[in-house]
Design a protein around this ligand. Structure first.
Ligand SMILES: Nc1ncnc2c1ncn2[C@@H]1O[C@H](COP(=O)(O)OP(=O)(O)OP(=O)(O)O)[C@@H](O)[C@H]1O
Ligand SMILES: [Mg+2]
Length: 354
């Protein structure tokens, strides 16, 4: 296995910048998630790494070797696509052994590798079946198996679970995480699903409009979003954003947004922002019903089992709060909410303060 370094990579299609000066590293054996909304450039990044597209500028290093002049084959990368792209007329064994046959590896060696990989993926009983005789999850495992047998330098996964239903997606996610623990293969995994990213990744690279918004662990992304895009993209239900004005008072600061006034403890990082317009972000779980400064009317209640989501109108502002499962409020009732000031996020011109 190998490490990967992407350095100042840019790519345009028809004079439109699609990848704009991105740099990131994936260590040997690391599982890196490339996350972002549809059209942000995730597949293009993978295609550039694999050599299926040529960049306009910037460099790609695999195992510390610059690969821009190498063909896709010479780069020794395995890519697993959303569509699996299995050969329909070949059975599972033939699908998994195909690339090894093309490399003219000895028959006994091919047989050993395919059997070993099939056992790892629990496909041993399906080796004679054609893809159409398999479930979606099994097909997905064949596609992964085909990549594993090649023992590539790098695995690239492009939204491999998006064709599966929610339940199967969950179990495949657990399988892929387990597989990575066994193989310790350097992997870049593309998804637009933040839940998948948060549960699978050791490191997330979050992309928007061809630019990196933040690189970090799932925890860092959630607890210290670098800007408003990251704060809203990560977390369900979405973070509550309020635009307003910050002023100082004796004990700290006051944030005013329309009819809402929220007192805040003193924070050094806010000292230069008194009198300025800022945006604050409060995650739903940091806004709990109770005696607090945020007053509103309950618009809707969703009982989700372990917790309850409460949709509130506070003046012109819509807010979502998380309440315990035994929450007793009713639609149309007044409610007070208590924001946990320790975990409020502050943004100025879209960027995190502090
Ligand atoms: N060959 C191409 N020619 C012209 N434009 C392209 C080409 N390939 C991609 N694009 C454009 O580049 C942008 C990024 O595309 P890309 O497929 O990388 O996005 P993505 O993040 O993978 O999206 P999705 O989540 O929908 O798969 C899009 O606006 C797309 O239309
Ligand atoms: Mg894509």
């Amino acid at each position: 296995m190998a490490n990967l370094i992407i350095s100042n990579l840019s790519k345009s299609f028809d004079n439109t910048g699609v990848i704009r000066d991105i740099s990131f590293k994936v260590d040997e054996g690391e599982f890196c998630i490339l996350l972002g909304p549809s059209g942000c450039g995730k597949t293009t990044v993978l295609r550039l790494i694999a050599g299926l597209e040529q960049q306009d500028s910037g460099e790609i290093f695999i195992a510390d070797k610059e690969v821009s002049d190498l063909t896709p084959k010479e780069r020794d990368i395995a890519m697993v696509f959303q569509s699996y792209a299995l050969y329909p007329h070949m059975n599972v064994y033939e699908n998994m052994s195909f690339s090894l046959k093309m490399q003219k590896q000895p028959e006994a060696e091919i047989n050993r590798k395919v059997k070993e990989t099939a056992a790892l993926l629990e496909l041993d009983n399906f080796l004679d079946r054609k893809p159409k005789e398999l479930s979606g999850g099994q097909r997905q495992r064949v596609a992964i198996g085909r990549a594993i047998v090649r023992n590539p330098k790098l695995f690239l996964f492009d939204e491999p679970l998006s064709n599966l239903d929610a339940k199967l997606r969950n179990s495949m996610r657990v399988e892929i995480a387990g597989l990575h623990r066994k193989l310790k293969a350097t992997t870049i995994y593309v998804t637009h699903d933040q839940v998948e990213a948060m549960t699978l990744g050791e490191k997330i690279v979050l992309l928007d409009q061809g630019q990196i918004q933040q690189i970090g662990t799932p925890n860092e992304m959630y607890n210290k979003p670098a800007n408003i895009f990251v704060a809203t993209f990560i977390g369900t239900p979405q973070i509550n954003l309020l635009e307003g004005r910050l002023t100082d008072n004796q004990s700290g600061h006051t944030f005013t947004s329309g009819a809402l006034t929220i007192p805040l403890e003193r924070r050094d990082e806010l000292n230069n922002y008194s009198g300025q317009n800022i945006t604050i972000g409060i995650r739903p779980e940091a806004l709990t019903p109770g005696d607090g400064p945020v007053k509103g009317i309950i618009e809707l209640i969703e009982h989700l089992g372990p917790e309850t989501l409460v949709y509130i109108k506070a003046g012109d502002t819509s807010l979502i709060a998380k309440a315990p499962s035994d929450f007793r409020g009713r639609q149309g009732e007044a409610i007070s909410l208590n924001p946990d000031s320790k975990v409020i996020h502050f943004f100025s011109n879209g960027k995190r303060i502090g």
